[in-house]
Design a protein around this ligand. Structure first.
Ligand SMILES: *Cc1c(COP(=O)(O)O)cnc(C)c1O
Length: 228
């Protein structure tokens, strides 16, 4: 039976944290090792503020421009908020991204590694990064191929970029578990600590398979406003 969507942002946050805790327990993992990123893309400052007041501290945005218009003011009012970039990044926006974001989840090519390394040096700011892997080998998706991953990891390390771990967005409308398991396997092979995987529809599965950062939008903010 489908449960009713909890009414308030604070209720929805509590519901997600409860589900995270249950999944962690089933997987015999410590809940403290699993971090919730509230994906606030397309949401207004008015939508975001109640989630911060309810105690949420990690937020994810997929566009530099949109984040730059919303977050400097929010961050000033709410110290301790951590901003994660989860969308594709153009090399010419690397410096703006390094200045604004606390973690970048979408590093997927050499030119971007080079741009980020330079930006971090220029700004004197080391921003932890995830290498995004195109885990379903989909033509239209961001992320590096399996073949490119070792070189990209080495280039990031050589550029002085702190590499936190791997990130993926599995193909839509198919079971995500095999893709999460594959990312976890790649992560273990390269001795990386963090795994950014799992969204509203599959975060419990991701937690079972080792996710340390889950990225949840719709389940927290309710339905995204439709385009029509
Ligand atoms: C939008 C988005 C999410 C959140 O998706 P929901 O299904 O709304 O939870 C997670 N990760 C990335 C990269 C996204 O763009």
């Amino acid at each position: 039976m489908q449960e009713a969507t909890p009414e308030t942002p604070a209720d929805r946050l509590t519901a997600i944290r409860t589900r995270m805790g249950a999944a962690a327990k089933l997987a015999r993992r410590s809940a403290e090792d699993i971090h919730l990123i509230a994906v606030s893309k397309t949401r207004s400052v008015e939508d975001i503020a109640p989630i911060i007041l309810a105690g949420q501290r990690l937020f994810g945005e997929n566009r530099v421009q949109e984040a730059a218009s919303k977050w400097p003011a929010l961050k000033e009012r709410h110290p301790g908020v951590e901003l994660h970039l989860i969308g594709q990044l153009q090399s010419n926006k690397a410096e703006e991204a390094v200045a604004l974001f606390d973690v970048i989840h979408s590093v997927d090519r050499l030119s971007l590694v080079t741009a980020l390394g330079k930006a971090m040096q220029r700004l004197g700011r080391a921003v932890p990064c995830f290498i995004q892997v195109n885990i379903g080998a989909e033509a239209q998706k961001g992320g590096c191929s399996f073949m490119e991953l070792p070189d990209l990891l080495k280039a990031a390390q050589d550029a002085g970029i702190p590499v936190a771990g791997l990130m993926c967005i599995p193909p839509a409308d198919v079971e995500a578990a095999p893709f999460f398991a594959l990312l976890a396997e790649l992560s273990a092979r390269h001795n990386l600590a963090q795994l950014s995987m799992g969204m509203s529809d599959d975060f419990e599965t991701a937690i079972m398979l080792g996710a340390t950062y889950i990225r949840v939008g719709t389940a927290l903010f309710s339905e995204r406003p439709s385009m029509i």
